[in-house]
Design a protein around this ligand. Structure first.
Ligand code: WTA
Length: 648
């Protein structure tokens, strides 16, 4: 029995193809298929042409300097990210256009035009200066999803300070580790925020974190809604008080293209969090160009990316990418099922959302809740849908396309990472025919391949995803740990080939199908199988809303498959269904992928950003002790799961 085969086996076949509508193509920001070839022939010229659309205070001398594994983009150029998101839109009609339309979970709302947002950013930049923040200093932002988060990020960018946003759902301990790693001198937080009707006491958590963070000298507190807080005199300041007397005049720092724009910690399920470092010039060009072409942003659009700004998706596609394009961005603070499961669709209708970008985990929840929720609301203004964060199962893609997109909206499945900074593999909605479950092909100017263990290109079939050229949004390093940067991303094959850690396959047309993290790859009787394919076969069954498949040790087969399955609402679970599901997997992809165990569960354990924690499930399947629980959305879920598993 072979134990190490060169690639990953391909089991699932999906033949449905959706071509861009003629009208969409005619009006698209990029509708010319020749762009792929042009960009591939001279990627640097291509990226330079995108960069010229931005505002630079000094032109670059060289597009790319590549000393593997470190790249410098737009060498010698100077620019400021906040100028590109704000000042450059103030001259014309965009000046009084809404930059941010925000709605809080309780239903309160605010709109900031580009001119107003610019004013707030300049004022807060001066506040930060007043607190002693200088170019290169780190500022940690621990806020709910409110406009002040975007304002604070852009204010840091304006004066050349480096922001480190920590998602508001993180614990005191996680916050403390991130503050200390970055050695931030200022923390910006809020008295609290709202989540599913409950008050989240951010300031209290921050106070707890600060016991162990001596580097923080000042804490700025946004008053979200008069939540009770303790104030430490001298250290704590109200945002609104500081803003009262701040000047709205703040010249922007001319940053070197390679200067750090931000650090963002990735929340792995194990180990010390990694501070992913992004620079200014390359990152801005990448975020700007991809937002323009992938989301096809036009002046009248209302664009909603449901991600929290605390994740990279929010950095690149709530703040920097769309604002650099002068778009109107809608932001919603709270949960999708508050006060009922129709909230997102009510918001789409109320605010006239035209472009909607969310995650497969959310789509699978919508499927489980049923079509009656979107059906209650008029979604006819939507014209483009996007997905990011995990592989999207073909059935979830079809559901999204049909019930949210009314079969008229292109669906862009965008593959990328915190580390890549920008969307890497994606359809261009006016050009690329889509197939449910495939992220299709690399963005123009991006080079990707599927490689085997030895680094040989796999033209058709499964293996490891690799990025084979530097790209402008790429991370610069891991903060304070360049050796780990090299080790994690640039040593799988050689130091010129980036290893994202994902499995992928290519079909006959060269399309990419993401198979999940390679750490999660299953090994059954010598066959290497991506989790994605078995999970998609399960989700294909009409009774299943969501599934996670892991391998547990099996004496004969190497691994046996354990499937954790969340049924749709109202489905009765019994052994008949369990047998039916096993049979369904066999029918869809073959006997070798037949799950040995099916464990029904109301919810799957997820990271705070909504990714299924397969490693934790694997530990349960193996009966091992559980890992770090603080990244679990709901720790009680895992206890319930464990119990169930032992009962089987
Ligand atoms: C996964 C989120 C399949 C993948 C932007 C990647 C995806 C990790 C997709 C990065 C997609 C993200 N199809 N898998 N469209 N998008 N992933 O850093 O495993 O939170 O490596 O960045 O999510 O997650 P991160």
């Amino acid at each position: 029995m072979p134990t190490s085969r060169p690639g990953i086996d391909v089991l699932l076949h999906e033949d449905r193809v959706f071509r861009p509508g003629r009208n969409f193509t005619a009006g698209a920001n990029q509708g010319d298929p020749a762009i792929y070839g042009r960009a591939a022939r001279d990627p640097e010229a291509f990226w330079a042409s995108m960069a010229r659309e931005l505002t630079w205070s000094r032109p670059w001398k060289k597009v790319l300097e590549w000393t593997p594994p470190h790249a410098r983009w737009f060498v010698g150029g100077r620019l400021n990210a906040s100028v590109n998101c704000l000042d450059r839109h103030l001259g014309g009609a965009t000046r009084n256009k809404a930059a941010i339309i925000w709605e809080g979970e309780p239903g309160d709302d605010r709109t900031l035009t580009y001119a107003q947002l610019h004013r707030e950013v300049c004022k807060f930049a001066n506040v930060l200066k007043g607190l002693g923040v200088a170019k290169g200093d780190r500022v940690t932002l621990y806020l709910p999803l409110i406009p002040e988060l975007a304002i604070a990020m852009l204010a840091c960018a304006r004066i050349g300070a480096v922001h480190s946003v920590v998602f508001g759902g993180f614990s005191a301990e996680s916050l403390r580790d991130r503050i200390n790693d970055a050695k931030s001198t200022v923390l910006v937080t809020a008295d609290g925020g709202y989540r599913r009707g409950a008050q989240v006491p951010l300031k209290r958590t921050a106070d707890e974190a600060l016991h162990g963070s001596p580097c923080v000298r000042h804490v700025v507190v946004v008053r979200r809604d008069n939540f009770p807080i303790d104030v430490q005199e001298g250290r704590d300041h109200w945002w609104h008080r500081l803003m009262q007397h701040a000047s709205a005049d703040c010249p922007a720092e001319a940053m070197d293209s390679s200067d750090m724009l931000y650090i963002l910690y990735t929340s792995g399920t194990t180990g010390k969090p990694k501070g992913i470092v992004h620079g200014t010039g390359g990152y801005m060009v990448g975020a700007f160009a991809t937002a323009r072409w992938v989301f096809d942003l036009k002046p009248p659009d209302v664009y909603w990316c449901t991600a929290d700004i605390g994740w990279v998706t929010g950095h690149s596609y709530v703040v920097y990418g769309p604002l650099a394009n002068g778009a109107t961005v809608f932001i919603y603070e709270g949960a999708p099922d508050w006060p009922d499961r129709g909230r997102f669709w009510e918001l789409c209708h109320k605010h006239g959302v035209t472009i909607f970008y969310t995650a497969p985990t959310a789509i699978r929840a919508f499927m489980r809740w049923g079509i009656e929720w979107p059906a209650k609301h008029d979604l006819s203004r939507l014209r483009l849908l996007g997905s990011v964060g995990e592989p999207i199962n073909p059935e979830a893609w079809m559901w999204y396309h049909k019930y949210i997109g009314g079969e008229r909206c292109p669906v862009v499945d965008t593959w990328w990472q915190t580390e890549t900074g920008m969307i890497m593999i994606t359809p261009l909605p006016g050009i690329t025919p889509t197939k449910p479950g495939s992220a299709t092909r690399p963005f123009p100017g991006v080079s990707a391949e599927v490689l085997d263990d030895a680094g040989k290109v796999i033209k058709h079939g499964g293996g490891y995803l690799a990025i084979t050229r530097p790209w402008p949004g790429m991370l610069q390093t891991i903060y304070g740990d360049d050796a780990r940067y090299l080790q994690t991303y640039w040593s799988r094959w050689d130091n010129k080939t980036y290893f994202p850690g994902d499995g992928a396959r290519r079909d006959r047309q060269g399309y990419f199908w993401l198979l999940g993290r390679v750490d999660d790859v299953l090994n059954v009787a010598g066959h290497r199988i991506g989790t994605m394919e078995v999970e998609s076969a399960l989700v294909d069954h009409p009774s299943v809303a969501e599934a996670a498949v892991v391998g547990r040790t099996h004496e004969l087969k190497g691994q046996a498959l354990a499937a954790f399955v969340t049924p749709k609402d109202g489905i009765t679970v019994d052994t008949r269904l369990s047998d039916e599901l096993k049979g369904h997997v066999v029918k869809k992809i073959g006997a070798l992928a037949r799950p040995d165990d099916i464990i029904f569960t109301a919810e799957l354990p997820k990271t705070r950003s909504g990714k299924i924690m397969r490693r934790l499930l694997k530990d349960i399947a193996e009966g091992r002790t559980l890992g770090d629980m603080t990244t679990l959305a709901d720790p009680s879920v895992i206890h319930a799961l464990k119990q169930k598993y032992q009962e089987e």
